[in-house]
Design a protein around this ligand. Structure first.
Ligand SMILES: Cc1cc2nc3c(=O)[nH]c(=O)nc-3n(C[C@H](O)[C@H](O)[C@H](O)COP(=O)(O)OP(=O)(O)OC[C@H]3O[C@@H](n4cnc5c(N)ncnc54)[C@H](O)[C@@H]3O)c2cc1C
Length: 604
């Protein structure tokens, strides 16, 4: 137990060690005693489950409207990393992928029996304070109106009304605006310390814009919109966005307001898994958790737990809820790494020591109307042997990066890493999540995902589009000067042959969605007010709501809808509510530069 004594060590010695949890609970989160009082008090306005981008966006928006709002946030995991893993010293990058992911579901036997080059599994949860924002790649495109054609008009309107605020919260900046305020001389100097977005970004972007028609299925392209806290004029760093620091800042500010009698504390409980919602006639009355029961009283319950966990929770708690888990979408992924000799580009001599570019290309499988997009990260590094650790720190895509072996003899090349994401067909009846017979209510579901004909078509279309991008659009000398990495990241070689299907198609799905899709009538699971049909005081956020997956990275849209939910629920009854989008009274957006043209998704 931490001592509140201001004279430590007097008259007795203090304990030799403290745990991280003791310290974090003492400063930011709930102690056992505070937790008992919070869960028994029935004095809450909202209980939010999950501390990822959606949970944070909801709480931030609600407290912006009414600082007196009484919110309890419950997070399954402990406090683990203070920041996005790429912002931390390099060794922390080992904490990526399977080592931190959990899979509170079972894949069906038919899914896992699919051959190499097909879907094999669903990427997992990151059960810590901040959720998956600790290691997401931060690509944050807006969906276009036309890319939301199967969505309810009311939800599309809500997205469009809130995207600008969502981008502000997530610090979205276009890659071609990141370093452009600096003089060329400053950029040149800086490029010896970190890769810059300069000539490479501008030139590849221009080349892509003027030759986009060479990719038959492409619909638009632009500089990548990235969630990074952009440079202060005197600050040459940029950092990827993640939830923990803004969440702690919000908790700290609310604690101060509470002490001054001007607000309520944001109560956060960590290491606590919600396993069941108790209900009476469709009204949630209490939560069963790994650390005791929470009485809801008049509180509304906000599910901000990702996509599969809230589905499991609702399947276990409201057995009569119709259609939950009957629809499933996600993005299947191809990854290709290529390189082109730097001297092939007319601008080669203008490139600084280390340069990066990040480009977004969207397209369509016209036969089935399914979307795909390519995330292209380009790196030109004249001394990869020395610079590769620094380049890794700033790579725009956490997943699409080159390994040491791939960079080793690439000092004379521009490396082009393509993550390509395709939309899983939401119409397939073969894809579902169902409750199974396992005992643990936090993970008693089975997930089946089988690629159908439409998915195969989309996958072929997007792979072909990526080859066209590299060979017809970006390579000045055409296909024969593009080399691809053949083999696995650790064992392979550069060759002019294209990587085979099994090498380029990833077994893991990302951006799962649609299990609790939103719609205008009871054919959907959730109504336009974010409440599952027939349930009174429970609200859903995040990818579970997606009627269709689209292909665009989803988080900025999720945040926009979580903000819309907060606006619709409004403040506590009777409290003076500030107007929608009322600035930033909590000062949480202190490091944000708003992109000047952020309101218009730019086709270049
Ligand atoms: C490697 C990687 C790269 C990505 N790149 C991008 C990208 O470039 N662009 C993009 O838009 N998206 C990207 N994503 C996806 C993005 O991270 C998610 O869309 C986003 O984090 C979802 O936010 P969320 O709040 O809905 O859920 P999460 O971030 O998953 O947070 C949910 C939280 O709920 C908690 N929780 C779950 N169940 C319970 C329970 N029963 N009780 C209590 N707490 C619970 C979890 O522990 C977690 O902290 C990426 C994801 C990964 C893993």
């Amino acid at each position: 137990m931490l001592s509140p004594d201001p004279h430590p060590g007097i008259p007795e010695p203090e304990p030799l060690t403290h745990s991280t949890r003791e310290i974090m609970d003492h400063v930011f989160f709930l102690s056992e005693e505070q937790w008992r009082s919070a869960r028994e008090s029935k004095q809450l306005d909202y209980v939010v489950i999950g501390s990822g981008p959606c949970g944070f966006a909801f709480a931030e928006r609600m407290l912006q409207q009414d600082p007196h709002c009484r919110i309890l946030m419950i997070e399954q995991g402990p406090f683990f990393l203070p920041d996005h893993v790429q912002n931390l010293p390099l060794p922390y990058q080992a904490l990526r992928g399977h080592v931190v992911e959990t899979y509170p579901w079972k894949m069906s036997a038919r899914t896992t029996a699919q051959p190499a080059g097909c879907i094999g599994f669903q990427h997992g949860m990151v059960p810590f304070v901040g959720g998956r924002s600790l290691l997401w790649s931060c690509w944050s495109p807006r969906p276009l109106h036309s890319e939301l054609s199967a969505w309810p008009p009311e939800t599309v309107q809500a997205i469009e009304d809130h995207l600008e605020d969502a981008e502000r919260l997530l610090n979205v900046v276009f890659a071609d605006e990141l370093d452009m305020k600096m003089s060329p001389a400053t950029r040149e100097r800086l490029s010896k310390h970190r890769p810059i977005f300069g000539v490479l970004q501008q030139q590849l972007q221009a080349r892509l814009a003027s030759r986009l028609h060479r990719i038959g299925s492409a619909t638009r392209c632009m500089a990548a919109p990235l969630s990074v806290s952009a440079c202060h004029p005197e600050d040459f760093e940029f950092a990827k966005y993640s939830t923990p620091a803004p969440l702690l800042a919000l908790a700290e500010r609310q604690a101060e307001l509470c002490q001054a009698g001007k607000g309520s504390a944001l109560k956060i409980m960590t290491d606590c898994t919600v396993t069941r919602i108790h209900q009476r006639d469709g009204v949630a009355t209490a939560l069963e958790t790994s650390r005791g029961r929470v009485q809801l009283g008049a509180a509304r319950l906000i599910l901000a737990m990702g996509t599969l966990p809230p589905t499991t929770l609702l399947l276990n708690s409201f057995p009569r809820l119709r259609n939950a888990g009957a629809r499933y979408t996600a993005h299947f992924v191809s990854f290709m790494l290529a390189r082109i000799r730097r001297e092939d580009f007319a601008f080669a001599e203008q490139l600084a020591e280390m340069e990066l570019a990040a480009l977004y290309v969207a397209g369509l499988n016209a036969r089935d109307g399914m979307q795909y997009h390519i995330q292209l990260s380009a790196l030109s590094d004249r001394q990869p042997a020395n610079n590769s650790p620094r380049a890794a720190r700033y790579m725009p895509d956490l997943v699409a990066t080159a390994t040491g072996a791939q960079l080793e003899d690439s000092q004379d090349h521009v490396i082009l890493a393509c993550s390509v994401l395709g939309e899983l067909d939401f119409r397939s009846r073969d894809n579902w999540v169902r409750k199974d017979a396992q005992d643990d209510p936090a993970q008693n579901v089975t997930l089946q995902v089988l690629a159908g004909e439409a998915d195969r078509q989309t996958w072929d279309t997007m792979d072909e589009a990526t080859f066209q991008l590299l060979e017809q659009v970006l390579s000045p000398r055409g296909p024969c000067s593009v080399e691809y990495w053949n083999g696995t990241p650790g064992k392979g070689c550069w060759a002019t042959s294209r990587p085979i299907l099994e090498e380029r198609r990833m077994p893991g799905l990302v951006h799962e969605g649609s299990t609790l899709w939103i719609g205008e009538n009871e054919g959907s699971v959730v109504g336009p007010d974010y409440r599952p049909w027939g349930i009174d005081n429970v609200y859903v956020t995040g990818g579970a709501l997606w009627p269709t997956a689209g292909s665009w990275n989803p988080t900025v849209t999720m945040v926009a809808l979580a903000q819309d939910l907060a606006d619709r629920l409004g403040a506590r009854p009777g409290s003076p509510q500030t107007s929608k989008g009322a600035g930033d009274p909590l000062g949480l957006q202190h490091r944000i530069r708003k992109p000047s043209s952020v309101g218009v998704p730019r086709r270049r």
